[in-house]
Structure formats: structure tokens, C-alpha cells
Design a protein around this ligand. Sequence first.
Ligand code: CA
Length: 647
Amino acid sequence: MKKTVFLFLALCTSIVLQATETVSSPNRRLTVSVQVEQGVAQYSIQYDGQQMLMPSRLGLTSNIGDFTQDLTLKGSKTSQVEKRYDMTRTKASHSDYKANQLEVTLANGKGHNMVVTFLVSDNDVAYRYTLLRQQKDNPKTAVITGEASSFRLPDGTTTFLSPQSKSMVGWERTKPSYEEVYSADAPMARPSQFGEGYVFPTLFHVGIDGWVLISETGVTSGYVGSHLSDFDAVKGYTIAFPMAGELNGLGSTFAGIPVPGSTPWRTITVGNSLKPIVETTVSYDVVEPLYQPTQAYKPGRYTWSWLIWQDNSCNYQDQVTFIDLAATMGYEYCLVDALWDVQIGYDKVEELSAYAQKKGVNLLLWYNSNGCENDAPQGPRHKMDNAIVRDQEMAWMKKIGIKGIKVDFFGGDKQQVMQLYEDILYDANRYGLQVIFHGCTLPRGWERMYPNYVASEAVLASENVFFTEDAAIREPFDLTLHPFCRNATAAMDWGGTIMNRYMSRDNKSRHTRKTTDVFEMAASITIQTSIQCVAIQPNNLTELPQVELDFLKSIPTTWDETRYIDGYPGKYVVLARRHGNEWYIAGLNAESQAKKLTLALPMLQPGQTISYYTDNKEGYAELRQVKVDKKGQVKVVMQPNGGCILK
Ligand code: CA
């Protein structure tokens, strides 16, 4: 009898050994298949029967074993995952996450086990690796030296990618900082600009209407930030670890984990339109809050003198001007940028903070993250890189009523830098400070993981519109691309809807802004961050039509829902976002022709009258009232480099 059972089990196991494991989404339209052939583990992805990812490698190399070859499929387990949770600082305030989970156990040639966990929801795949204790008790740690994880898109796929920079180059050797130019619809075979691959997130157009957004989430102090390698005709794109030169060459490019322990999640959002790309919450769905907020953090808008008035404006009187401006606009915050430690001084910042609070405004203070990461010279320096000094500094900030910090100039994606981000966030929470990062890496699930985290720059942002005319020309392209890519995966501190016509303090000299006023106003809706910069200038108060000022005073920065309406990355975008009971529909046009669209808006009532902000001939906003037609549609026109808003 016992023998029979044993034989039967052996038979089952051998069937499992041969089998391809598959797991489908709850609605069964998205399927992941995992296969081990000749010792190599691969996965592939289909959506509605269309191949979205060709068989692509799985595996990692570590100091406790090679898990890239000689693999056998030892078994698998499926289960269901359901999560309902609320968020306060992303594109949506609630997520109902339902996924089917497949856990595949792979053994390498030495009989050591690794588990690959796939979570498959209706439009998202997330997977990660878990290393188990190999013998009874040891080893208890592993150094992950690389990942074989690859992404092979079908032939003919076009790409929307931003290259990874070389390290220790650029201004004061501060790169890489996720501040390179995205290319649109490029062929896969085109080599990356610097030969270092591409930063996340990465967007791919597959076939006629297939879209794939690849990124990662859940990166903490427990791992490195990864990116994608250059394209290889055989391997596709592969997960790449930080470059040796990052962080001034200090630290390793490897990741260290405890055993048992897991890597972050690789995420792949898939659809046959751009809707799932814009609306995905996978960055948040597969992570958990890592600590509790010490208070209810307040979202809002901020004024910022530095963008147009630059370094000299970090003086007491100019900051009073921008605090007054924030108060006039009803904004919650004013950001005091770099050099305040010298040009204002700690005592006078206390006075400034007291002045701001009397006006109903709270200050955000800029800090340099250095340290020994790069040569960025601005102060305050050596305050955020050291736990002892940081603690004293944050206690002082709490005492004088500072509500947030913007920390700039980080040193790349090594695990030590991830540790610094996490340490700053955790300490800041103890002192009631919200945190914005600049000159930094992509946030990976951080809005949910760290409850006082707001947003990161990690984009070639508005400061470049000020710096160079080329960037001003490219602004419409950039801002119509990011809702589908950079800002689809994480909050983005673009640093300001700019209302000046000229990129100068006198608003008469230097190069012009290339966009209409409605474009900039609509961008304050399409750009997602819970503390939004509105880079309005004091002179704008008398220059702008009242209808524009009224709108800028009223913009929300938190959203209950986000819906894709129309668009194409780098050409145009129309999004709908809900704040409470009110929908804001915002459109941007980067094309050289006026764009006439009939928008299907199922969230509005047929016959309902709504406000329509459209571009007039002088590039100012004109406010009209329009009716939603019987089919729930509204016709809009967006001028070249213009936009529209419906609310
Ligand atoms: Ca920057």
C-alpha cells in the first residue's frame, strides 16, 4: 500500500517536472507562462492571445549559488491575493487589488532552492525572487551579484526610453540623476545614448495597439535600484545593476539580502490600449507601508522663487515676497531653495518661518544630501548624510514650524544610497516633515511605503525650461509623454506650472515659454504629486487674466481616481482625475496642428453644463460653458502647444 502511494506521488512529481506552469489574471485575459528547458527558466506573457513578452530569462547569480542555469522545476503553488487599501498621495485614493499568485520553486545544480513569485492582476504582472536557507541553518546572507531577468519584446516593438547616464559626470559630477531625454517610438536596436542602458520606467508599443510598461517597485534599503541594459538581439533587455562609478566609486554594485530574503518586484503593465498604463497602481499594490505616519500630512501647492529668480533670490526679502504670493494664492507652502543657510541664516529662517505661519503658509527647506557623493556645492551641506546631525537639524525644523524638506543631489542607485533615502524618510517622519527628493533616483512604490514621502524629480524637469530654449521647445513633448511613463509609475516633482511668458525675472528678456497658458494650467492637473509647485511669479498677479488666477488658486493636488481619456505618448494626452465629487479633465497638445477631439466622458452626466478652459489667440485662457451631449461626449480644441480643461 505504502509503495503504491509512493509510486503515485513520484509519477505526479515527474509530470510537474515536465510541465509548463501558467497563471492567468482574475479576468483570464492576461497569462504568464513559466518554463524550464535545458536548465534555463523563462517566462512569457500573453494578453488576449497576443504575445506581449517573448520567452524571457529568469534567474540570478549570488555568492551562495548560480540560479541562472542548470535549473529544474521542483514544484509550484497557486493562490489568490486580494487587498483593499487607501492611499493619500498617488493617482488614486483607493485600490481593490486582486491577483492570482504563482510560486515556482527552482532548484539549481547543487540542489539549492529559489522561489519565483508571480502576481498576475488584470493588467499587471509583478515578480520577484526569494532565496531560501540552503541547508538547515546556513548561509543566512546572500550577495546578489546580478540578475538574468530579461524582457524580450516582439519584433517591431517601438520604445519610449530614457538613457542611463554615465556616472560622476555632468554638473559637479552629480549624475546619474534620471535627467536624460526620452526618445519616442524608437526602434529597439538603436543603441542607448551613453551605452549604459535605460532607466525605469520603460514603455514599449507592441504591434498595432499593444502597450507594455516595465519598471520595478518595493526597492528599500534592502536592495539596489536597477535599470535596463542595452538591447541585445538574443537576450532582449536585461535587469542591470548600478554602475561601479556611482557614489564616487564607493560601495558595491551588488545587493545584499538576508536569507531567507527577497528581491524587489519587477513590474510589467500590459494592455491593448494606453488605459491600463495610465491607470496602473501596481507600484503600490504589491508593497506595504513600512511605518505609520506620525500625523496626517497635508497635501497642497507651493511657490518657489528659485525657478525664475534663481540663487540670488534665496534672501530674506525675496522669500517674504514668495510667502506673500503663496498667501495671496491660498497655497499651503513656500519652498526656500538652496543657499539659505548662508544667504538668510538659521536665525533669520526662524523669523521667516514665523512670518510665513502668520500668513497661513508653511515653509519647505532645501538640503544637499552630501556627504561624499558628488561635488554639488550648495548648502546646507553635511546635514542629511549623518544620523546625528540630521536628527538635530530635524528637531530644529520641527521647533520652528517647518513642514517639509527637499533633498537634492543623490549619488545613484547603489544599496547605500537607497539606505540614505530610507533613513532620511524615517527620521523626517519622527519630526513631522514631508520629503521631496531632487537630483535623485526614481521612487519605487515609496508613496505607499513611506507615508511622509511626497515625490521625486527624477525627470528632466521645469528647471530646464528655464535653463535652455531647447528644453522649452521640448516641454510639450515631455509633458505629453510622462503621464504614460515616468508619472504613471510614481509621483513626479516637475517643479512648476510656469506662467511667465519669458524665462526671466523681468518677464521680458531671455527665451520665451513655448506653451499656452491653458497648457500650463492643464499640466498642473496632468502632473501628479501631492504637493504641487505652481511656479507663479509675483508679476503674474497683475499680468494674468482673472480667470487664470482663479483656476490656479483652486487646483487640487490629491486625486480619488485617474482615468485615461485619449492620447499618444509625446503627441497629446487627455486625462480625467476626480477630486471628491468633482472631475477635472485636462488635455495637452504637443503637435504642430490644432487638435480637435470628441471626448467620451462617461463620468459626466449627459446634458450637464461644465466649464471649458480653452486657448485664445493670444495664448491666454478663455472660459466657456459647454454642455455634455446625449452620448456623454464633449468636443474640444487644443491649439499647438496648447491644452484644454473641463471641470
Ligand atoms: Ca534637477
